[in-house]
Design a protein around this ligand. Structure first.
Ligand code: ADP
Length: 745
């Protein structure tokens, strides 16, 4: 065994060294201080062959001029008592294989017994090495760029010291500025308590087992901004298998999370909507018509057990009711053109039960490798269909009933367009259904004089939703007109909106004619009665004038009684005439400004003159005069009527109170008696035509029951009002009000 290399070298023959030197895988060259070449080996010669061929010089600096500066520098270093100098020499075309090469040069002094002999140069072609290193740098740069630009940070955690190395973008994700030093603990403090314990620590435990460290967690960065991060790392153990460090990337995935959340929300909304509408979902291959991806509700509708049963991809073909096959085929055909699939069909379940379903599908074009498909929904509409069937059955029944009815029945839309008339109307008018309903065609059969009012009354009801009542003349198929009373009532839904108008038109022609005859009779009777009564009145007055102071008491009393009764008679005749005028709307009013106080006092005075049983006490509560706009004669008639009633219906009392006062914008006159009074139930009715309170008392009080009817009409036409407060056997207080002329305020 050789213990000393010196000894070893002594044993080796010098040719061996020379061979070794010549064939060494690096170039060796001995130069003098002026870089003249003393020796080079074969490798050197090969490396520099091109240069050596074209250059006869023996000086290395001339052979290799581009390295001259560096070579001199190396020599200088050695002169400054360094034993070895090394350098990378600029690349040059060595000529070895025509490529540019880079050399690493080691330079040493060669001495013998302390005397400098040469410089030895060892040249090593490092081109391959350098390329690798260069490539490595590029990779790193590329990685850095890739990671820094996509919100991806790199980190390296020492598991023993917990020191963490990270790229700038990691600091930025956590809200720190680039370059700021942050500890691992600090970074952890940005995690929510929940995620630190349940997500990150758990992920670490998993990493200890699997070597993979991966999690998504929620952080609040240093500026208080909420973010989501994703970490993907790897665990490295030391040579003893103990976890040593962890390397990984960290990404800001807030945007992705947000859109995931939005997606989740819209999925949730969609599902909720689907649940609410009870829609079942499926998908279908538009070419093969195979169905798949059935939702639980879909299977529920078909009464399949989604857990335990395999569903046929041709479920519709299997269950569709044979009578509806063509409906489906047609719908599929249309879907090919429009992309929309829609049909309603009956299906037969496995237990024989039948159901109605409505199917809707839309073609989704194939994207990103996914084939085109139809996304579809189905809805169980059995109940709806049954209801519709029942409804149409009952509608049929009612239409039939309406048709056999001996009066006109019609239905109108909420906007007033009539869309149905029963047979009676078609037969009566001789018009066709369409003639009647198109463009308010029914108006043609209304008498031309009634048309404008008819239309405005109908449109008024449509607008206000108030019931409609109207008397008009309708032309029959023979061209004759008959009077009809038309009525319509709105039918409303739960929200109070009109869904339709239900109308009837009743033939009241006979009644109307009788009434007209009655009116004619009254008019005629009135006229015929008026003449004799006026004559009697004239003679009585003449007699009173000439014989009024006669000592014959009987004569005087008789004359007074005749005068009183004739006055009553003439007022009754007047009332009868008024009532027919009111009904025909021809009661004339002679409107002008007048003093209400004066009117009341005069009327009261007149009554007082002919009345000796009752004292009429007048109380003017308003200090000034009250001006109103009206017909003096008619308003006098109003008060007169109330006063005579008060006297008539309080035979046992001896006082009647009259008051005048102002209430808001109205002047109010009240007449109070202490007589028989009126039942609360009757109070509203006494203003009706010919209404008289039924009871024993009334029989003893003569009258027609038309006075208050006329009074109310007169007041309404003055935009006034009348009402009563009364108590049976205590007395009544009648009020009437009139709008006050603005100058009174
Ligand atoms: P008439 O007095 O001619 O019967 P009106 O129209 O004046 O007709 O009155 C209608 C009904 O109202 C009367 O029949 C009577 O029953 C009741 N009525 C009117 N005024 C009074 C009153 N002051 N007290 C009690 N009942 C009255």
């Amino acid at each position: 065994m050789i213990e000393n290399p010196e000894d070893y070298s002594a044993t080796v023959r010098p040719e061996v060294f020379e061979d070794m030197l010549q064939e060494a895988p690096f170039g060796i060259c001995l130069v003098n201080t002026d870089f003249s070449v003393e020796f080079y080996n074969e490798t050197w010669q090969r490396l520099f062959s091109a240069r050596l061929q074209e250059n006869s010089s023996k000086n290395l600096l001339e052979i290799w001029p581009e390295a001259a500066v560096q070579l001199r520098k190396l020599a200088e270093q050695l002169n400054q008592s360094e034993s070895k100098a090394e350098s990378e020499i600029l690349p040059f075309n060595s000529g070895e294989n025509g490529e540019t090469a880079t050399f690493k040069i080691w330079m040493r002094p060669v001495t013998k017994d302390g005397v400098f002999l040469h410089y030895s140069l060892v040249a090593f072609n490092i081109s391959g090495l350098q390329m690798m290193r260069y490539k490595g740098q590029q990779e790193e740069e590329r990685l850095r760029l890739a990671t820094e630009s996509s919100d991806t940070a790199i980190w390296d955690l020492n598991l023993t010291t917990h020191e963490i190395d990270y790229s700038d973008s990691l600091a930025q994700i956590f809200g720190y500025s680039p370059g700021e030093i942050v500890t691992h603990e600090q970074l952890r403090s940005h995690l929510s308590e929940h995620d630190r314990v349940n997500v990150v620590d758990k992920a670490f435990e998993r990493a200890l087992e699997t070597g993979i460290y991966r999690y998504e967690a929620h952080i609040t960065d240093r500026n208080g901004v909420d973010k989501w991060i994703f970490t993907n790392g790897k665990l490295f153990n030391d040579q003893h298998g103990k976890p040593e460090r962890m390397l990984g990337v960290l990404q800001d995935i807030t945007e992705r999370k947000k859109s995931e959340l939005r997606l989740q929300q819209s999925h949730h909304q969609l599902n909720t909507a689907m649940d609410a509408t009870n829609l079942g979902m499926f998908e279908m291959n538009p070419e093969t018509l195979e169905k798949y991806n059935f939702s639980p509700r879909f299977l529920e509708i078909f009464e399949y057990d989604p857990e335990n049963e395999k569903i046929d991809t041709h479920i519709f073909e299997r269950h569709i009711h044979p009578e509806f096959r063509h409906v489906r085929v047609e719908a599929l055909h249309t879907a090919q053109e429009t992309g929309d699939l829609y049909y309603q069909t009956k299906i037969i379940l496995r237990n024989g039960k039948e159901k109605w379903i409505e199917l809707y599908g839309r073609l989704s074009p194939g994207v990103e490798g996914r084939k085109a498909y139809i996304a579809g929904t189905i809805r169980d509409i059995t109940e709806l269909k049954n209801y519709q069937e029942k409804l149409s059955a009952s509608e049929k029944k009612y239409r039939f009933l309406a048709d056999v009815m001996p009066q006109a029945v019609w239905i109108a839309e909420p906007d007033g367009r009539v869309n149905y008339f029963n047979k009676f109307m078609l037969n009566y008018t001789g018009m066709s259904f369409n003639e009647l309903i198109d463009n308010h065609g029914w108006l043609q059969m209304v008498h031309v004089e009634d048309q404008p009012k008819n239309m405005s009354r109908w449109l008024h009801s449509v607008k206000t939703k108030e019931p409609y009542f109207f008397e008009h003349r309708l032309r029959n198929a023979q061209g004759e007109y008959r009077w009809f009373m038309s009525r319509a009532f709105p039918e409303t839904d739960e929200a109070g909106s009109v869904t339709k108008w239900l109308g009837t038109s009743t033939d009241i022609d006979d009644m109307k004619r009788q009434e007209m005859q009655k009116d004619d009779f009254i008019k005629m009777a009135n006229h015929e009665l008026k003449t004799p009564v006026t004559t009697i009145k004239g003679y009585v007055q003449l007699l009173k004038k000439t014989r009024g102071d006669s000592p014959d008491k009987f004569l005087v009393n008789s004359l007074n009684t005749i005068e009183k009764q004739v006055n009553k008679l003439s007022s009754l005749i007047g009332d009868l005439l008024d009532i027919s005028r009111i009904e025909t709307g021809t009661l004339p009013l002679n409107m002008r400004d007048l003093s209400l106080v004066e009117l009341v006092t005069e009327t009261v005075e007149d009554i007082r003159a002919s009345e000796d049983c009752h004292q009429i006490i007048c109380n003017l509560k308003h200090s000034e005069d009250i001006e109103v706009y009206g017909d003096k004669e008619r308003l006098t008639q109003v008060l007169n009527n109330l006063l005579t009633n008060a006297i008539k219906y309080s035979p046992r009392a001896n006082r009647v109170f009259v008051e005048i006062f102002i209430d808001g914008n109205d002047a109010v006159v009240s007449v109070e008696d202490f007589g028989i009074g009126i039942d609360a139930a009757e109070c509203a009715k006494i203003f009706g035509r010919f209404y008289r309170v039924s009871g024993d008392d009334e029989k003893t009080f003569p009258g027609f029951g038309i006075g208050l009817f006329i009074v109310q009409d007169i007041l309404q036409r003055h935009e006034g009002n009348i009402w009563v407060e009364s108590e049976k056997n205590k007395g009544s207080k009648f009020y009437f009000s009139l709008p006050v002329k603005a100058t009174n305020f």
